[in-house]
Design a protein around this ligand. Structure first.
Ligand SMILES: [Ca+2]
Ligand SMILES: [Ca+2]
Ligand SMILES: [Ca+2]
Ligand SMILES: [Ca+2]
Length: 488
């Protein structure tokens, strides 16, 4: 009888979680769907607001023994409520101190940085850092030692407020190239590399941590792009890694990795696709306008859509418009024509396939983007969208480098202008250095994998930066389409 009751409670509790897995405050009552107390988890704990920010326990649906993570935790002295929704506001890390007779007093709370469903929007951050120096030397040396490689080249960089304390933290996913001269880069030697998470201490320092991970850091197989959005709708930002796997014949691919939060804000790798793909880029956004963040990815097997069911479970299909993905290596998801439907912008080996803007929600029509003569034989590494000249129309800002015959030689930044009818109206090369072809140990400037658009000198005009401050290419926007080059 007792056992049956337990199973029943478990079912009921699970059901409650699925429907409403966030703590809420309606102005009088705090409802917490799950509170961990020792080895028990209480469901639907209700606290009533008294005067002077004091709360009194109003009741609960009872407790079950479970090791499942919970949304809040009571230590005996303090109640930690990890996230709390009050009308449209979200609070995090609320601490209530236990007084007596089931009463608590409010101590503190944070306001987290909010995560958009658009991974492109989530690239924006106040942080501008040197990728090389931010990494913990001890950690990177330790990892590198095991892997006989410097593991100092990385394209997978995500800024997100993982601990919900109001500042952007960092996740980096490096690439294993063996000794770096490719002499030992074989399928037999090839290694996946653990991701590294760093928490912002609020003073500009990034502290390596494994505390927010369940178990050992997830391994990633040649991450070519990392994106962030809250895929399971629990406020905690999640991560998706577009991985190519071994970057050589026979291009076996890798299964893409989702690193997703649980109720305690701890992260775990989850496979969302059992098929291996050579995946070189990805972006997320609410493609089907049902409120959650879907993932679009570039792979040798086509342009893939992973449609989210709202709790971070995905079903895969192919976007037929693109046909063969040949020549496509990166993409963004962005509402380029401003009709409130997200569009997919693909790019890569420009000489094989031009950059295309394909319009949502149908993805049956698109337009091609013309590069300037100088960059027609280039690899387009990154595309950004911003209104730099303040005419109300967004430009494409792209980073390019050498293609066939001069692979990854040189660094170029180009702006592509459009008129109000979305007709392309001009191209402007604002930076070019054909000699940037640094080695993977970063002792000499290399091509530019990622751009950053930000008002770096606080004059109200958006500037163009290299996302990695290590080489620090900076184009200060002086207005009237004039840019002044410097290096930070
Ligand atoms: Ca943070
Ligand atoms: Ca999440
Ligand atoms: Ca969706
Ligand atoms: Ca659109």
């Amino acid at each position: 009888m007792k056992k049956q009751f337990l199973i029943l409670s478990l079912l009921l509790t699970t059901d409650v979680h699925a429907q409403n897995d966030i703590s809420t405050f309606d102005g009088t009552f705090v409802n917490i769907p799950s509170v961990k107390v020792g080895e028990d988890v209480y469901s639907n704990v209700s606290l009533e607001l008294l005067e002077d920010l004091k709360f009194k326990v109003n009741g609960s649906d009872g407790a079950i023994k479970t090791s499942d993570p919970a949304l809040a935790e009571f230590s005996g002295n303090e109640l930690l409520i990890r996230t709390l929704k009050h009308q449209e506001l979200i609070y995090s890390n609320l601490i209530l101190k236990y007084e007596d007779e089931l009463e608590f007093s409010f101590v503190s709370a944070d306001v987290p940085l909010m995560t958009s469903s658009s991974s492109f929007e989530n690239r924006k951050t106040d942080i501008w850092i040197d990728y090389v120096s931010v990494r913990d030397k001890g950690i990177s040396e330790e990892i590198s030692k095991d892997y006989e490689s410097c593991i100092c080249e990385y394209y997978g960089v995500v800024y997100a407020d993982f601990d919900l304390d109001g500042d952007d933290d960092l996740l980096v996913s490096t690439v294993w190239w063996g000794k770096g001269n490719l002499s030992d880069y074989t399928l037999e030697n090839y290694r996946s590399v653990p991701v590294e998470m760093y928490l912002n201490d609020g003073l500009g320092n990034f502290i390596y941590t494994e505390d927010l991970l369940v178990g050992a850091p997830p391994l990633a197989s040649n991450t070519r792009k990392a994106i962030t959005a809250d895929f399971n709708g629990d406020i905690f930002p999640d991560i998706f890694l577009a991985e190519t796997g071994f970057d050589g014949s026979p291009f076996p691919g890798a299964t893409p990795t989702l690193i997703i939060s649980n109720r305690e804000g701890r992260y775990q790798a989850k496979e969302i696709d059992e098929q291996a793909h050579f995946m070189h880029g990805a972006a997320s956004g609410d493609i089907d306008s049902d409120g959650d963040s879907d993932i679009v990815a570039v792979s040798f097997d086509g342009i893939l859509l992973y449609e989210n069911n709202g709790i971070g479970e995905f079903s895969k299909s192919k976007i037929n418009y693109f046909g063969s993905p040949s020549g496509i290596f990166n993409l963004e998801v962005f509402d380029f024509n401003n009709d409130s439907h997200l569009d997919i912008i693909t790019t890569g080996h420009y000489w094989e396939r031009k950059t295309e803007i394909v319009f949502g929600p149908g993805f049956i029509t698109g337009i091609e983007v013309e590069n300037s003569d100088m960059t027609k034989d280039h690899v387009v590494n990154d595309i950004q969208f911003a209104d730099l000249d303040a005419d109300g129309i967004k430009e494409i800002i792209q980073s390019t480098t050498g293609g066939e015959g001069n692979w990854y030689g040189g660094a170029y930044i180009e702006i592509i202008y459009f008129d109000e009818n979305l007709e392309q109206s001009g191209n402007q090369i604002v930076y070019q250095d054909p000699n940037r072809k640094g080695p993977i140990d970063r002792t000499f400037p290399k091509w530019i994998p990622w751009l950053k658009i930000a008002d770096v000198n606080s004059d109200g005009k958006l500037d163009i930066l290299e996302d990695d401050r290590h080489d620090g290419t900076t184009l200060i926007n002086n207005g009237d389409r004039n840019f002044a080059l410097s290096f930070e």
